[in-house]
Design a protein around this ligand. Sequence first.
Ligand code: MN
Length: 252
Amino acid sequence: MRDPRLVAVTATTRADQGALRVRLNVAYLRALEGAGLIPLVVAPLADPQTAVGLLDQVAGLVLTGGEDVDPAHYGAVPHPALGTVHPERDATELALVQAARERDLPTLAICRGIQLLNVALGGTLVQDLPSQRPGALSHDPGDDRARRSHAVDVVEGSALAAALGATRIDANSFHHQAVEQVGAELRVTARAPDGVIEGVETDPDSPWSAIGVQWHPEELIDDPAPWDRGLFAAFADRCRRQLAFRRIPSRT
Ligand code: MN
């Protein structure tokens, strides 16, 4: 039986003390747990299809922050300021997005996640904001992770605005890349005052609900403002509802 609380959460691997180890900021787990969800951590696997098999067991997918997406995936030449790339993670997460889309599995994409989601749907990225958008705000001020450093304007009527309960919020910011051309099936739902894209989502008529944000809501769940808790609560709600009304019912 598919558990409506169980969600797949992507992670990375990093060499540490002579071994390659799975890594994920615990803040994601706390935020999801706080919304009543059970996070299942999915590391990059040698065969992306192995990870895809997990999506038959879960109610949702969370794409987390991390490395830059290899620009080869959106047909671009690497910019000199491109950061670390992780080929196995890219392959695993790109396969997960396609599989989530095929299954109409609610998807929440954060930071690298919004970028990966956009690339998976044929979009492109600004590879380095400081050099390619020199007039932009600082999107990586190196702050405390829970400091809201810039405003975000959210499109009225979007699923994101409904989840946040607001059309203007302040967000934290830890990214040097951003969505450039928006992928098929996605629309822009939020921008910083400098025009940098901070949110995308699938069309409201699409059976597949995917929401991406460029900031880190998982670091803001203890903040006095309810916006980011609302985002996780809305995701948990979508997971429950989607499972209840699936076109192909889960076996019980
Ligand atoms: Mn930002």
